[in-house]
Ligand binder design. Structure first.
Ligand code: ADE
Ligand code: ZN
Length: 326
């Protein structure tokens, strides 16, 4: 099996994926039209042309604006089902999906509407082709602790359908410590925890996510490499990093994919995984990320297989299911 064949043939899990970031322009136009919402673009081409980002914030501004056309349960179903079909094409057999309830509840869309549509799509994909999914509710870190507590309260009635809580949005200036109490409360209710850290923020943010939020995985974490003691800890504890190479390229975390540290991290024994983050905005789904890495670093079939295995190792799966895929 060649490395490129391995990319398409090997089953894999995706662990870092924002459902709002899978909103392809074609579907955005369709939903905007049926909901009678004006969007500031004339064509799909114009939307794609607007996807030029110089940092995380410049992306987030466009990403939140796009999500504003999602109003009804059917909209969240259509969005999620389209993503799950991409998973099927890419041989992603398990996906742990982030959603940002505050992006929607702030516009008067009920939590129930959001999770209802997402869950119905996940149930349909499970019935149709055995797709496995889990949901992670993210707190928007540019908003207050109080607002995160209110979101946690809204999530509690759906506790059995949500495996964990996460932390996303504008990193710099919004450290994990701001959410230590709400994460502690979430853990009391049995939620697992993850957090974006070390994407644009310094390694201190990764330390805080580990020590104050007690995360099971770090989302991104690429800047952890700047702190050797932290690296030693991540390797010793086999703390997973859910890395998103095309995202890092589009958001200028790296200027060139050849500068990306994923291959180096893998060679050092970090439990690193490959993910798409916001594929509709960053130019590709999971297999596109694998392919770009393979072409840049000449990854071997064994390295591709290790990355796929890592994705199950780092997933919130029971041991029996994990063994089945590893
Ligand atoms: N929300 C969606 N994508 C994100 C990213 N890459 N970083 C932080 N928040 C996000
Ligand atoms: Zn992300």
């Amino acid at each position: 099996m060649t490395p490129i064949q391995a990319v398409s043939r090997l089953p894999k899990a995706e662990l870092h994926l924002h459902i709002e970031g899978t909103f392809e322009p074609e579907l955005m136009f369709q939903i905007a039209q049926r909901n009678h919402i004006a969007i500031p673009y004339q064509s799909v081409e114009e939307v794609r042309a607007a996807y030029q980002f110089h940092n995380l914030q410049s992306f987030l501004d466009i990403y939140y604006a796009g999500a504003a056309v999602l109003r009804h349960e059917q909209d969240f179903f259509d969005l999620t089902y389209a993503y799950l079909q991409k998973c099927r094409e890419d041989n992603v057999v398990h996906s742990e999906i982030f959603f940002d309830p505050q992006t929607h509840t702030a516009r008067g869309v009920a939590f129930d509407t959001v999770i209802g549509g997402i869950r119905r799509a996940c149930d349909t994909a499970r019935q149709e082709w055995g797709m496995s999914t889990a949901l992670i509710t993210c707190f928007l870190r540019h908003l207050s602790e109080e607002e995160a507590f209110a979101t946690l309260a809204q999530a509690l009635p759906f506790r059995e359908h949500i495996i964990g809580v996460g932390l996303d949005s504008s990193e710099v200036g919004n450290p994990p410590s701001k959410f230590a109490r709400v994460f502690a409360e979430a853990r009391k209710h049995g939620f697992l925890t993850v957090a974006h850290a070390g994407e644009e923020g310094s390694p201190d943010y990764v330390h805080e996510a580990l020590d104050l939020l007690h995360v099971s995985r770090i989302d991104h974490g690429v800047r952890a490499e700047e702190d050797e003691a932290l690296m030693q800890r991540i390797i010793a504890e086999q703390m997973p990093l859910t890395v998103c190479p095309l995202s890092n390229l589009k958001l200028k975390v790296v200027d060139d994919l050849a500068q990306h540290n994923l291959h180096r991290l893998l060679q050092r024994g970090v439990l690193v995984t490959v993910n798409s983050d916001d594929p509709a905005y960053f130019g590709g789904y999971v297999n596109d990320n694998f392919t770009a890495l393979q072409q840049t670093f000449a990854l071997s079939t064994a390295e591709i297989a290790q990355l796929c295995k890592n994705s199950f190792q780092a997933a919130f799966l029971d041991n029996e299911t994990r063994q089945k895929w590893c």
